[in-house]
Design a protein around this ligand. Sequence first.
Ligand SMILES: *[C@@H]1O[C@H](CO)[C@@H](O)[C@H](O)[C@H]1NC(C)=O
Ligand SMILES: *[C@@H]1O[C@H](CO)[C@@H](O)[C@H](O)[C@H]1NC(C)=O
Ligand SMILES: *[C@@H]1O[C@H](CO)[C@@H](O)[C@H](O)[C@H]1NC(C)=O
Ligand SMILES: *[C@@H]1O[C@H](CO)[C@@H](O)[C@H](O)[C@H]1NC(C)=O
Ligand SMILES: *[C@@H]1O[C@H](CO)[C@@H](O)[C@H](O)[C@H]1NC(C)=O
Length: 294
Amino acid sequence: MRAPFELEVVTSLRDVRLLVEPTIVIRGGTAALICSRDMQGAPLYSVKWYRGNHEFYRFTPMEEPDTRVFGLPGIYVDMNRSNGSQVLLRRMDLGLAGNFSCEVTAESPSFATQIATRIIDVIALPTSIPILKSDKDRYQPGEVLRANCTSPPARPSANVTIYVNEEPMRATETSLRPSDSGLFTTKVNVEIKITPGLFPGGRLRVACYASMYNVYNKSAKLDFLTPETDPRPERITLNGGAPRTILNWFLLFLVCFLPMVMADDYSFEEDISNYYYNNYDEETPGLVSSLVGG
Ligand SMILES: *[C@@H]1O[C@H](CO)[C@@H](O)[C@H](O)[C@H]1NC(C)=O
Ligand SMILES: *[C@@H]1O[C@H](CO)[C@@H](O)[C@H](O)[C@H]1NC(C)=O
Ligand SMILES: *[C@@H]1O[C@H](CO)[C@@H](O)[C@H](O)[C@H]1NC(C)=O
Ligand SMILES: *[C@@H]1O[C@H](CO)[C@@H](O)[C@H](O)[C@H]1NC(C)=O
Ligand SMILES: *[C@@H]1O[C@H](CO)[C@@H](O)[C@H](O)[C@H]1NC(C)=O
């Protein structure tokens, strides 16, 4: 039970929170920083915004003008979209990644102050899809398929995984090569011992996926056909989302002209659910489960 005098205590300002949207910004992009608080009826004295220890924006409702921007290299505050509750940062570059804070101060008598901090990451995506190479165009059982996959410079380095028939392969070697302006090229090598079981439905697929968090996911693929089927070699490149009928026609084509080489920029989900299952699995129902044993 409260003593009577406690009811008169001014308990101003609590729950200062900083919400950042998005927390991972693609270089050149925009982030909104939203500072919420519970003033409990106390008047607002100021909201100060920091990148690290450096203040870059201040909102003081009692002053004229009520907003101030402090020049900080690389910080572009969109004044039209910033006020006492939120700040919009534009054209964010890699160097801006780090801690951002909002500090709220209540009016007298208390001048209570609370600060909330969030990390914003600024990333650079690879400029093109990964490049997947194999040492040969076709393989006989007993041979070793050597493949490497290179994802162009990015920051941080992209995650690169090579799959054989949708199974992730352990890399024999992974390298990160630094390039200009702090970006990294990722390269992964794999070696696969070729067995007849690796050609379920007559096809061995090697795929390389390069991803960055959940904002980037691109792939390249190489298809190898069963050694027994042996017409003249042919190379084909397929791009983009061809309509279903063209894909079916293409599958017919694929059976006739081997081996086929394919590179595309489907997202992982699109590729697996639409292309792979729709066009392969329904025609060869045992395919997916047999991949595991391959
Ligand atoms: C902000 O608004 C002013 C006046 O409406 C306009 O002239 C200016 O271009 C706007 N700036 C930005 C960055 O949108
Ligand atoms: C601040 O600006 C945002 C976006 O422009 C707007 O939604 C919000 O209502 C504004 N808040 C205040 C306190 O003016
Ligand atoms: C962000 O703040 C935390 C906690 O103060 C600190 O450990 C970290 O080093 C800061 N990160 C950067 C990038 O400054
Ligand atoms: C990647 O594989 C291709 C084909 O086997 C080969 O020519 C190339 O030298 C390899 N690249 C590297 C850097 O290992
Ligand atoms: C790479 O994968 C690891 C493990 O899943 C994950 O923690 C990391 O965030 C990923 N990096 C990128 C850039 O996506």
